[in-house]
Design a protein around this ligand. Structure first.
Ligand code: DC
Length: 222
């Protein structure tokens, strides 16, 4: 089992998809993992697919601005091999955000994400465009957000907790730049689906967000 996938038996007749979107460091990864564990669903952090593509380009010394090259690399990404620890580096996130503006890269990765989404007994996919583009028919859509200040503080605390040096102002500037790129791109910009439930975790504990999500999922499963 990898950090990105939660393997359980394929038993149910129909698959249930929970689509979770939101900006970086809003808490959607933690929430997704809690939901996947509670319901025995498979989990895919779709950000890792963009990160894996970016890392493969960086490792091979390939350009980050050649769409055809990036698409070829995107089509080689194996969902089973995604490792959060290896892919979490800041430089990889930055590069991922750049190649994520390319329509051909998005098409390649969305195909793989859609194939994952139908796995039984159900799936949780988190990212930026799950409820709007990847799984627009998902029965449960959540948009998890928090203020840029709170998200930057969380990133800062995570880095410091690992014993690494961090500068809050730099992280805050990065969060804002990443938001602008993710929300401002022409293809599949980050935005809540019209039928998404909004969860603002600025002043909400992850446990409270999880309980709110459970209520939406339980209602959809009935
Ligand atoms: O969630 P993350 O930081 O791991 O995502 C890295 C980048 O990948 C993010 O800046 C935008 C992109 N991304 C995307 O465009 N669509 C997704 N569904 C997930 C991530």
């Amino acid at each position: 089992m990898t950090a990105a996938m939660n393997d359980t038996a394929d038993t149910a007749d129909t698959a249930m998809t929970v689509a979770i979107d939101g900006p970086a460091a809003a808490g959607k990864g933690t929430l997704s993992r809690l939901i996947a564990d509670a319901y025995g669903f498979h989990h895919l952090d779709t950000g890792l697919t963009y990160r894996a593509t970016a890392k493969a380009l960086l490792d091979r010394g390939l350009p980050l601005d050649d769409e055809a090259v990036a698409e070829t690399v995107a089509r080689q990404v194996e969902l089973a091999g995604l490792d959060r620890d290896i892919l979490s580096a800041h430089a990889i996130g930055e590069a991922a955000s750049k190649i994520a503006v390319m329509p051909a890269v998005r098409r390649a990765l969305v195909e793989a994400q859609r194939a994952f989404a139908v796995r039984k007994p159900g799936t949780v996919l988190d990212g930026r465009d799950i409820g709007t583009v990847v799984c627009p028919a998902a029965p449960v859509k959540l948009y998890v957000t928090a203020s840029p200040q709170v998200r930057a503080r969380r990133r800062y605390d995570e880095i410091v907790a690992k014993g690494q040096a961090a500068d809050y102002e730099t992280i805050f500037a990065d969060v804002k730049t990443r938001d602008e790129r993710d929300m401002g791109r022409a293809d599949s910009p980050l935005k809540p689906a019209a039928d998404a439930h909004l969860l603002d975790t600025s002043e909400m504990s992850i446990e409270a967000a999880f309980q709110a999500a459970r209520a939406f999922i339980d209602a959809a499963l009935k």
